[in-house]
Design a protein around this ligand. Structure first.
Ligand code: NDP
Length: 247
């Protein structure tokens, strides 16, 4: 449809990705077509229900595991002419605990998803965006991409790494009129916490108060403001996304 922008979002089975997919697909003024992706379509029901009439019209589904090269290639090549106008890299996993007790394999999974998963996606859409001289790549980082938090060492490192990657890449993309934005949310109530390995025993580590992160609750950084303006939202929508995501 002329004038319609194709937005591809990773990790839409729950949380922030699910809400972003619904908000964008149901925004009648903006005319987005959202390709909401998830690694297992058996988890689609919540999204389909929340999308209502938009499902099958302005919202379609696709399978995508950001840790799998083949899955990423298949997903992008399944899109007509491979034209993605906006890529939202949202899929991510967490890990909390003292590094002595966490197997290196678990730490690698965090980097494989939060860091290489994003790079895999960007590599796949970048050639077309550069050729067409336009596009927008968005990365959901975290306040922990800017500030370490106790026992979140590896998760914070994966997001810090992403910040460095994007800060470097953005310069290269400018020449091609491709925008790269980062979102750095504070705590949002989603399935995130319940899915991750959490190995902090409060009594043994009196300093490990999970509420420490609430310190960041109201911090909105310039890049967050930029992205929400670009999407036609306000920074307050971070909170709105969070509260709706707990549905
Ligand atoms: P959720 O756990 O609710 O959602 C994460 C999504 O990522 C799920 O859809 C999950 O799919 C998906 N995912 C995980 N691994 C992969 C993979 N290999 N390939 C494709 N999808 C995958 O958490 P949130 O919505 O809270 O998190 C979204 C993003 O926001 C993450 O990047 C997170 O780091 C970031 N963030 C979250 C904050 C919070 O407090 N919640 C704060 C700051 C940043 P599946 O259902 O298959 O597991």
């Amino acid at each position: 449809i002329p004038g319609q922008k194709l937005v591809l979002i990773t990790g839409c089975s729950s949380g922030i990705g699910l809400r972003m997919a619904v908000m964008l697909a149901t925004d009648e003024q903006k005319r987005y077509h959202v390709v909401a992706t998830m690694r297992d379509l058996k988890r689609k029901d919540k999204l389909v229900e929340a999308a209502g009439d938009a499902y099958g019209k302005t919202l379609s589904l696709a399978v995508l595991d950001v840790c799998n090269d083949e899955s990423v290639q298949q997903c992008i090549s399944g899109i007509k002419d491979r034209h993605v106008d906006v890529l939202i890299n949202n899929a991510g996993i967490g890990l909390v605990g003292p590094i002595e007790s966490i197997p290196i394999e678990e730490m690698k999974k965090v980097f494989e998803t939060n860091f290489f998963g994003v790079i895999r996606m960007i590599k796949e859409v970048m050639p077309d965006m550069k050729r067409r001289k336009g596009g927008h790549i968005i990365v959901v980082s975290s306040v922990m991409g800017l500030q370490g938090v106790v026992f979140n060492d590896v998760y914070a490192a994966s997001k810090f790494a992403m910040e460095g990657f994007c800060e470097s890449l953005v310069v290269q993309l400018l020449k091609f009129n491709v925008t790269l934005s980062m979102i750095e949310p504070g705590p949002v109530h989603t399935e995130f916490e319940s899915k991750m390995i959490q190995d902090v025993k409060q009594k043994e580590y009196p300093g490990a108060d999970p509420d420490t992160v609430h310190y960041f609750k109201n911090v909105y950084l310039p890049s967050s403001v930029d992205i929400f303006e670009t999407l036609g939202q306000t920074p307050d929508d971070i909170a709105r996304v969070g509260s709706q995501a707990s549905l």
